[in-house]
Design a binder for this molecule. Structure first.
Ligand code: PLP
Length: 395
């Protein structure tokens, strides 16, 4: 039995009533089934009419997926959760439920490149206008809102340059205009940042990242008010078929057990790496919100419980120098994605953010010589030694 007063680390380990009272199974059961039998035809009809409780078909709901959803809601401090096949399907479902053709939403120009691609490529095809502004400037957000705006969507810390966006300030603007504020909490996770505590209404996760933690799953999660989550399930998740597989939901619950300890280690390692890079003569600039020189440092301290495992830096030189440096690394894996136990490195301008035009990259403050690190949980000295040997090898 979990207790409300428990701290985050205990809640992450114990889950939300994930034990199975029928069998005594301590690990949450994996219901690897597509469909559920009816006791008789009247029972089937009652389930379809919503007059009986129970499961029908795993595209609509499944007990393993429901267990994950309860756990994510518990960790974020929200009423209900919804699990998806990917982070991008969670974002699409949110927007397509809140916006109709002719509506718009306001977001930031500095966000994950795939999200930017969905906002600028897919959404206009269904008549929804994504207005991307510099979300570090609250006045730009407010100026972009009009009577057709249905949502304010931010990502903080932002991918890839770790911009820290003022959640309380955005929540105030959202309240004033009577629209919900959604926060993509992928980089921080609920272990290090719980935006609902600062007035946000909806939490978005690419659960592919730190929630999984092991680089073996693609998934997404939303958390928010029960009424909205029910509406998204009914209007978009089920009819479009954005459902998560039971096995992926099960893997995420396994990942959540170690989320708190992993995030502490990621944060400690990233802090050491960022300090090392800040003093390196071949580095132009380091982007890590835990460094007091970062413009978002004070804000991060006021809305986060830790600074996380993501950082970026600019190498002295150009795009080709950054790519050459990445190719020298031995402990780091050159791959997109983030949040794994293993350290990962990528060159955003040519990979994760290649959906941006050169002008958009400039506006988003993503330089051609930027390198992004997802600092893993290996020995910090080995991580630093690898970066050091790589920097020695670039001119
Ligand atoms: C901050 C952020 N949000 C959303 C996504 C999209 O998630 P997924 O790849 O699970 O669809 C990503 C992917 O990298 C991300 O970094």
């Amino acid at each position: 039995m979990i207790k409300k007063e428990w701290g985050f680390d205990s809640l992450a380990v114990h889950g939300a009533e994930s034990m199975d009272p029928h069998t005594g199974s301590v690990a949450p059961p994996l219901y690897q089934t597509s469909t559920f039998f009816f006791h008789n035809s009247d029972h089937g009809e009652a389930l379809f009419k919503g007059e009986a409780d129970g499961f029908i078909y795993s595209r609509i709901a499944n007990p393993t997926q429901q267990c994950l959803e309860r756990q994510m809601a518990c960790l974020e401090g929200g009423e209900a959760g919804l699990a998806f096949s990917s982070g991008l399907s969670a974002i699409a479902a949110l927007i397509m439920t809140l916006c109709q053709t002719g509506d718009n939403f306001v977001s930031s120009v500095t966000i994950y490149g795939g999200t930017h691609g969905q906002f600028q490529g897919f959404m206009p095809r269904v008549g929804i206008d994504a207005r991307e502004v510099r979300a570090t400037h609250l006045d730009e957000i407010e100026a972009a809102i009009d009577d057709k705006t249905r949502l304010l969507f931010i990502e903080t810390p932002a991918n890839p340059n770790l911009d820290v966006i003022d959640i309380r300030g955005c929540a105030e603007i959202a309240r004033k205009h009577n629209i919900p504020l959604a926060v993509d909490n992928t980089f921080a996770t609920s272990a290090l940042q719980r935006p609902l505590e600062h007035g946000a209404h909806i939490i978005v996760h690419s659960a592919t990242k730190y929630i999984s933690g092991h680089g073996d799953t693609v998934a997404g999660v939303l958390v928010g008010k029960e009424e909205l989550m029910t509406q998204i399930r009914k209007d978009t998740l089920t009819p479009v078929g954005f459902c998560i597989s039971p096995f992926n939901a099960w893997l995420l619950m396994r990942g959540l057990k170690t989320l708190a300890v992993r995030m502490k280690r990621h944060s400690e390692n990233a802090m050491q790496v960022s300090q090392y890079l800040s003093f390196h003569p071949k580095i132009e600039k380091v982007y890590y919100p835990g460094l007091s020189i970062h413009p978002g440092y004070e804000l991060a301290r006021s809305q986060m419980y830790g600074f996380g495992g993501m950082l970026a830096f600019e190498i002295k030189g150009d795009r080709e120098d950054a790519k050459r440096f990445i190719d020298t690394l031995e402990l780091f894996t050159n791959a997109v994605s983030l949040g794994d136990c293993d350290s990962l490195v990528c060159h955003p301008a040519s990979t994760t953010h290649s959906t941006y035009t050169p002008e958009q990259l400039k506006e988003a403050d993503i330089s051609e010589s930027m390198v992004r690190l997802s600092v893993g949980i290996e020995d910090p000295q080995d991580i630093i030694n690898d970066l050091g040997q790589g920097l020695k090898r670039v001119s």
